[in-house]
Write a protein that binds this ligand. Structure first.
Ligand SMILES: NC(=O)c1ccc[n+]([C@@H]2O[C@H](COP(=O)([O-])OP(=O)(O)OC[C@H]3O[C@@H](n4cnc5c(N)ncnc54)[C@H](O)[C@@H]3O)[C@@H](O)[C@H]2O)c1
Ligand SMILES: [Zn+2]
Ligand SMILES: [Zn+2]
Length: 342
């Protein structure tokens, strides 16, 4: 089968023929239809410091996908050949304290699809049935392909109650844009979104942002004044991984405000902890998706009319992966889809 492989420990990706994945009695073999390109895949392509320590070559990339079940192992009960499925890309150990307690999203031995094991940028991908999410209601294929990052957005946006609240989202990458749509849909009063990229802020506006702020030339304080906020934001969602964004956020929160941190900083940095302490700000890290509460929420949000179309800005055949990756690497694009049937 064709697959996009990190073939050698150097920058680049290779489209090559590899054997179909092997499956055991508890596994599902999926014919991949569409996939989404994630920042993780860009890191692995450019072979930066993180990728070098996280990925052993050769490795088939990719964790955001939708496909059709091609075959199921003898022990698989709830997934059938022909089902339309996406997959939870975090494979957990099943035996640590958190796994045993049903908190699989905080497993201490998580392995990432397309990072620690062969992934979905291929004609076929194999997953344990317990990681497979069957789409039982109609869903757009491009949207189904990005359930993984949509889940990051939903997990973060619904971590703290947002009904009637003033929300600040720093970072209008694909996840920030989806979180904007979710927060509005869930009843936030104002959703202010910051970025340093004009085109990405345009996407945030299309997704329902009340106000966008290009922090390259405007401060968040001005946005507060414009909206008539007197005491700061109630809920913050950090989705850029940038030190200055978290610092700005902390400075603009109300007393007792709550911050959900999804963005992954490249290194340690300082924040104003005394402001966090004296304002009694809650800061919570968010990783992955809750299995499978977040997946239920995603499906019902879409059924309830949530529109993710603004976040999808490009679609390519997998054969044109170089152009697709180049576009995904610009600071202008939303989600870029690879079609494995074209
Ligand atoms: N915790 C998790 O499980 C998890 C999962 C996926 C992604 N992530 C992280 O979440 C973040 C968002 O993911 P994404 O795919 O949307 O990333 P992305 O890199 O596409 O988006 C980040 C955005 O932040 C913007 N930005 C840069 N400086 C800024 C500033 N000072 N203020 C505001 N915005 C600024 C960038 O222009 C960019 O648009 C990334 O940091 C990613 O590594 C975490
Ligand atoms: Zn991803
Ligand atoms: Zn575990």
């Amino acid at each position: 089968m064709k697959a996009l492989v990190k073939h050698r420990a150097e920058p680049g990706l290779w489209l090559m023929d590899v054997p179909e994945p092997e499956t055991g009695p508890g596994d599902v073999l999926i014919r991949v239809l569409r996939t989404g390109i994630c920042g993780t895949d860009l890191h692995i392509r450019s072979w930066d410091g993180w990728a070098r320590q996280a990925v052993a070559t050769p490795r088939v990339l990719g964790h955001e996908f939708v496909g059709e079940v091609a075959s199921v192992g003898a022990d698989v009960r709830d997934v059938a050949v022909g089902d339309l499925v996406s997959g939870e890309g975090h494979l957990v150990c099943g035996t640590c304290r958190n796994c045993l307690a049903g908190r699989r999203h905080v497993c201490r031995a998580t392995v990432g699809l397309g990072v620690g094991r062969d992934g979905a940028f291929a004609e076929y991908v194999a997953l344990p049935a317990s990681n497979v999410w069957v789409h039982r209601t109609r869903v757009d294929l491009d949207v189904a392909a990005i359930f993984d990052p949509f889940g990051n957005a939903v997990h973060t946006a619904l971590t703290f109650p947002v009904v009637g609240e003033d929300v600040l989202i720093t970072g209008a990458g694909p996840i920030g844009v989806m979180a904007t749509a979710v927060a509005r849909h869930a009843g936030a009063r104002n959703v202010v979104v910051t970025d340093v990229s004009g085109p990405r802020l345009d996407l945030a506006r299309k997704a329902g942002a009340t106000l966008t702020v290009n922090v390259a030339h405007t401060g968040i304080g001005e946005a507060q004044r414009e909206l008539g906020l007197r005491e700061g934001f109630d809920v913050g969602m950090e989705m850029s991984g940038r030190p200055e964004a978290l610092r700005d956020m902390v400075a603009n929160m109300t007393h007792g405000g709550r911050i959900a941190l999804l963005g992954l900083p490249a290194e340690e940095f300082a924040v104003d902890w005394s402001r966090i302490v004296t304002s009694m700000i809650t800061v919570k890290g968010i990783y992955g998706r809750e299995m499978f509460e977040t997946w239920y929420a995603m499906t019902v949000l879409l059924e309830g009319g949530l529109d993710l179309s603004p976040v999808i800005t490009g679609s390519y055949s997998y054969r044109d992966f170089e152009a697709a990756f180049d576009e995904a690497a610009t600071a202008r694009s939303g989600k870029i889809i690879l079609d494995w049937t074209a």
